[in-house]
Design a protein around this ligand. Sequence first.
Ligand code: AMP
Ligand code: GLY
Length: 474
Amino acid sequence: MKIRKNLTPDNIRRQSCCKKNICSGRDSLYLYFLFDIFFVASVLNIPIYMNILLIGSGGRCHALAWKIARSPLLSKLYIAPGNAGTASVGTNVALKPNDFGGIAEFCLQTGIDMVVVGPEEPLVRGIRDYFAANPALRDIRFIGPFQAGARLEGSKEFSKAFMVRHHIPTARYRSFKASEEAEAVGFLETLQPPYVLKADGLAAGKGVLILSSRDEAVQELHAMFAGKFGEASATVVIEEYLEGIELSVFILTDGTHYVLLPEAKDYKRIGEGDTGPNTGGMGAVSPVPFADRTFMQKVEERIIRPTVDGLRQEGIDYQGFIFFGLINVKGDPMVIEYNVRMGDPETEAVMPRISSDIVELFTATADRTLDRQQIAISPQTATTVMLVSGGYPGSYEKGKPITGLDRVTDAIAFHAGTQWQDGQVVTAGGRVISVSAMGGSIAEALEKSNRNAALITFEGKYNRRDIGEDLQRL
Ligand code: AMP
Ligand code: GLY
């Protein structure tokens, strides 16, 4: 489907003819002009006014929805299931991301022209394959890989072996099954502490353990094999610990070509100074000062190009985002992990920096014409500061009324875990609101993020106040 179903040339012609009788000469000229535009658009394969379904619900989803909603190519945006923030830029639909049947039915009923998948789980479970297998859904443009490509994130064992096959720099590793526990301990002993253990499968972002002593590592290894992360840790990857600063690099690829999106650094620990337990992410900064031209050239030559080429060589058709979790080891980039989606909260800093029309980029991604696109990126710095519920990442209460959202002026409050309840916006998750702002420097952007973050209140609110400070010291 290249143009909206109800705006095909035939329909336009029909509408024009019906209206002719009641229109003035000038009106019919206008209708013929409109018809010509749609006819030319359909012949040239130019998409016009698309209905888009975005799947997801967190801060990443609101940032994507916000960006999609700014596109002149958009007709209607639906978000499944969305949150209180996405409801302000589109229509939320009460469908779960893994309800493929429900999503498919909605797409057919509503005339959806493009599906954009935010989180990894539906991709790893094969939502793209589900659409491709159904002739009625096959022509809907789809942003997100097939199950085969989603294994880059869905299986650490697969992604590590892929990197080795394509000579992509990554930490030395071996993977083991539960029946190979003795050999796994033997490999562990060849490594220096700290020890890195990774559950092979998806484990809600908790499947990586970094342990400082050998005994702890052996104990955790045993627990993983015994089902600490269920099926996900039936296979465990053990790898060398890499020392350096991490950054997140993103591309949109059509399977052959790619556009490089703005990179970002996220802050994973709950406490200031990067202390305490890991979270989904407490803030982000884009651009990353050490990701200069020389560094990014290495990233493209050694990592991005071999990944895109490697997928193609292996017959893995891929249209969507690839998120390279990288670490800068003394000036050389190495891959910590792949994700088949955008990062959260990185997206909340990345989207405001993209000046190009994201729907145009998505269309070219789905149509495999990304080589004809250029991406325009703002030279400004974007920062985002995450406001979280008291107790997060441990247990926390939900349903706390949020006030002050209307006082945010020179920033954007991207909703993460929020919902409407009895006429007010309340907390509905651990990460609640991500406050993004732009400025001429990290300091300027942060001042806005922090000042606006202070205006938003809810019981138990917590946020880090040192986001980006390490980058300012570099
Ligand atoms: P992952 O889920 O693979 O991104 O791992 C979660 C976090 O663990 C990463 O963001 C890193 O901070 C850390 N990590 C993973 N692998 C390594 C490694 N080989 N060396 C150092 N840190 C690592
Ligand atoms: N911020 C890291 C992630 O989205 O996985």
